[in-house]
Ligand binder design. Structure first.
Ligand SMILES: C[C@H](O)[C@@H](O)[C@@H](O)[C@H](O)C(=O)O
Ligand SMILES: [Mg+2]
Length: 444
């Protein structure tokens, strides 16, 4: 029996705003950051659970406090009790009678939950000696479903249905796993189209992407319509018309504006418009989808879809044609799996959101699990990739032929290199001290 002895939390930030990496119409100067959690136990096996939640610079300190405030629910707990009744533990974490008031299940407190829960899954997978996707794929349907809290979603998906869906897909699983191991999971690239990049930089990155074999490119829009027309035009010039383009407005528009602007951008044939409007507006998304679907444009959303309840409503209302689960926005793997199952029930493809710091590391596992165990289809499915900060991770993602190569190391691929954890701590890590000295950032 192993008991959790400590939970440490770190504020790690990377100065990506210096080169406009990750910039969009709403987040014009993101410094990719995370609340980073390390869980240790008395097992004596040297294994630690590493988990993170993605943030954008300022505000990470708030997430950190939330993680620390929740830690009393873990320290002293037996791992067997957590993994033996994971949905019960997840509910204890998300429904703690005083902490839930600052959520519930949304915002900072849910980001903090994600970091902790992701660390617990990393530890579980390491203890089983499997990469997370394999842990999920090999788990008995009943056991996997027992990790999910069905409260608030049982009106559209019951435990029994979820077990049934997973059981139905047992057939063909071995073949799909073999196929994934051979070919990897298909991806698209975002790193050519950040909003703050100059025209030359966009052209250079498109050419580089094409040379590397990328065929699907995502472009940021939303700040200014005339500029969007210009940027979409130049990207089509670079990538041609046989390749796929998606556009992402990061919630910049009203509902009617979304429809009007996208009618203007329809000539560039985008596959989807991502986050056109407020991430909470399920009915607004449905209105947009109704207007744009006849033009061949789907609505995609999810990176700021705060929990399974909003996803449920989006799916019920026909508000999304591409379901972009995020590994950190919701309460970790348990809740993500429930959304993957709901999306399958509604016949909506899951196309995970990634990028940031560590998101690609995590969602590769979730996408592969979706294909092998749940959807059994690759139609209209593609996982995001953005080429930043992977070098900080011990088991960095590998891309080959524009696809994610399946991770083989045990865990959730969330563990950073010790020197990255040391040097990027904000504000005392060596990297930040140097940036303050050079006057590139102001010390807090
Ligand atoms: C601030 C971030 O880079 C976002 O722009 C990013 O997550 C983006 O929406 C994406 O879809 O990759
Ligand atoms: Mg996006």
């Amino acid at each position: 029996m192993a008991t959790i002895t400590a939970l440490k939390a770190y504020d790690l930030r990377f100065p990506t705003s210096l080169e406009a990496h990750g910039s969009d119409a709403m987040h014009t100067d993101p410094d990719y950051s995370c609340g980073y959690v390390v869980i240790t136990t008395d097992a004596g096996d040297g294994l630690e659970g590493h988990g993170l939640t993605f943030t954008c610079g300022r505000g990470t300190e708030v997430v950190l406090v939330a993680i620390q405030s929740l830690s009393f629910l873990l320290v002293g707990k037996k791992l067997e009790d957590i993994y033996g009744n994971f949905s019960g533990f997840w509910r204890a974490l998300t429904s703690e009678s005083q902490m839930r008031w600052i959520g519930p299940e949304k915002g900072v407190i849910h980001l903090a939950t994600a970091a902790i829960v992701n660390a617990l899954w990393d530890l579980w997978a390491k203890r089983e000696g499997k990469p997370l996707w394999k842990l999920l794929v090999d788990m008995e349907p009943e056991k996997l479903v027992s990790c999910i809290d069905f409260r608030y979603i049982s009106d559209v998906l019951t435990k029994e249905e979820a077990v049934e869906m997973l059981k139905k897909n047992q057939e063909g699983k071995a073949d799909r796993e073999k196929e994934m191991l051979e070919k990897g999971y298909p991806a698209y690239i975002t790193s050519a189209g950040w909003l703050g990049y100059s025209e030359d930089e966009i052209r250079r990155r498109c050419r580089e992407g094409l040379a590397q074999g990328w065929t699907r490119f995502k472009v940021k829009v939303g700040a200014d319509l005339a500029d969007d027309v210009r940027r979409c035009g130049l990207i089509r010039e670079e990538i041609g018309w046989d390749n796929t383009m998606m556009v992402d407005a990061n919630q910049r528009w009203d509902v009617q504006e979304s429809i009007d602007h996208m009618k203007r951008l329809a000539e560039f044939k985008p596959l989807w418009i991502e986050e056109p409007t407020s991430p909470d507006d399920a009915l607004g998304h449905a209105t947009i989808a109704k207007a744009l679907n006849p033009l061949g444009i789907g609505v995609a959303t999810g990176e700021q879809c705060q929990n399974r309840v909003i996803f449920k409503q989006m799916l019920q209302a026909g508000g999304l044609q591409f379901c972009q689960i995020d590994s950190c926005r919701m309460g970790g793997v348990n809740e993500v799996v429930s959304v993957i199952l709901m999306a399958a029930k509604f016949g909506v493809p899951v196309c995970p959101h990634a990028g940031g710091v560590g998101l690609c590391q995590m969602v590769q596992h979730l996408a592969v699990f979706d294909y092998i165990s749940v959807s059994a289809s690759l139609d209209n499915r593609v996982c995001e990739f953005a080429d930043h900060l992977h070098e900080n991770f011990k088991e960095a993602i590998v891309i080959k032929n524009a696809s994610y190569v399946l991770p083989k190391a045990a865990g959730y691929s969330t563990e950073m290199k010790p020197e990255s954890i040391r040097d990027y701590q904000y504000p005392n890590g060596a990297v930040w001290q140097q940036l303050f000295k050079e006057g590139k950032f102001t010390a807090p």
